[in-house]
Write a protein that binds this ligand. Sequence first.
Ligand code: XMP
Length: 513
Amino acid sequence: MEIKNESVLIMDFGGQYSQLIARRVRECNVYCELKSYKTSVEEIKAKGYKGIIFTGGPNSAYDDKGPKCDPEIFNLGIPVLGICYGAQLMAQTLGGKVSSSEVKEYGKTDVEFDTSSLLFHAAEEKNICWMSHTDYISTVPHGFKITAKSADCPVAAMENIERSLFAMQFHPEVQHTTEGMLYLKNFLYNACGCTADWKMSSFVNDTIQRLKEEIGDKKVICALSGGVDSSVAALLVHKAVGKQLTCIFVDHGLLRKDEGDQVESIFRKQFDMNLIRVNAKDRFLSKLAGVTEPEKKRKIIGEEFIRVFEEESKKLGKIEYLCQGTIYPDVVESGVGEAAVIKSHHNVGGLPKDVGFEGIIEPLRNLFKDEVRRAGLKLGIPEFLVMRQPFPGPGLAIRIMGDITDEKLEILKDADAIMREEFANNGLDKTVNQYFAVLTGIKSVGVMGDGRTYDNTIALRAVTTSDFMTADWARVPYDVLEKISNRIINEVNNVNRVVYDITSKPPATIEWE
Ligand code: XMP
């Protein structure tokens, strides 16, 4: 679905903060698209962007092998803001000079600003900015003036107001740049003339309206998992076409304690959706019997999921559309041209595109995760569901080491429920990004009362992370760990030891399988 809002183009030169820039621009209520630096001038013109931002990147602007931009971009009359490598590229391309410095400027840096410049209007004259560079602009191009400097960086920012070209050596998108959002807003509102028309409430209303037009009187089917993305996508479609949408909830029996009932009750009772719950636990467990290899478990679950979904959808007769909860980070191009890094295993529960539908409906295709959550809240989905931590498609199957049995599932569900309850009691559910229990498959000796035990070991895993690609183990207070450990030992049968996983990612992954 096309977005009709004013839009800014973010050209990705491979910087680590490219997606963060896009999220910040959207936080300024300006819609933006993140595309490769190779995006052609023709496409830029055709799209009618109000502004362009060049991201950072790992290369040197004076190196022939680094990514370049078409100089014609600077003649389009569209305001351009270069950040870090983007700033240097602008300088180099327009006849300035970029040099390599002896000192690498990294981290929080004091910067002095010319507050008469457009970009730093209403800003403090001195402030902290986040720097991360070795190269620097040593000579600005003709027509530019220097608008900020630091001790080691003579051109921390420059601008050519006549041509509406701006550059910052530091990163306004990073939180450590104290007034970064102000500089971005100055660019977006004052240079590009954006009117901040990207609001979640209008996104929700516009999308519902457009879905109504697109779907007409046809039928839609959606695989609901209880996760944030599929829930929000389904609810948007439901608001648009009501009972023309049927949701199929394949309960593979590998969900957390009581989760299946919760999902059913929210969507059937609260939202009066057409929901078919398929209780397929026995079917999944019999396919998984004796399987110990993690990738094989994933594959079986993924395939069985599709089979169950297909069987159920066939029973419904002709359905024209399939609704999916694809979100922007799943589809966004990476800066250097190759496909975005999506782990194949993350597609478990995803459906093949060619299962006989006329079209696929992906209402969240342009949204970042935090925007999906805000849309979910606007739609009235309960906060606990909208804000919930990620949960893998194969569910508890990859948190039970070795083969899966009903007994093991029950042990893990109970232990995990205790951990989640104590995290919520202590407010850790707000600060820790993912946390769960693992049934390790290790048995060890213990002593309970007067007797010797030989029983299961539960591991607790809790991580803080912003992107789930890297993660740090969470510094959970000892008394919370103690409470969880005591409760698990006392309340869950067949567990006599609880350990806490203190490995970051890398080298470990977040999940144990
Ligand atoms: P890892 O274990 O790779 O996990 O560090 C990173 C994030 O991905 C989630 N994850 C999965 N999600 N299907 C999913 O839908 C999977 O097979 C899968 N494996 C890992 C994991 O929970 C974490 O948030």
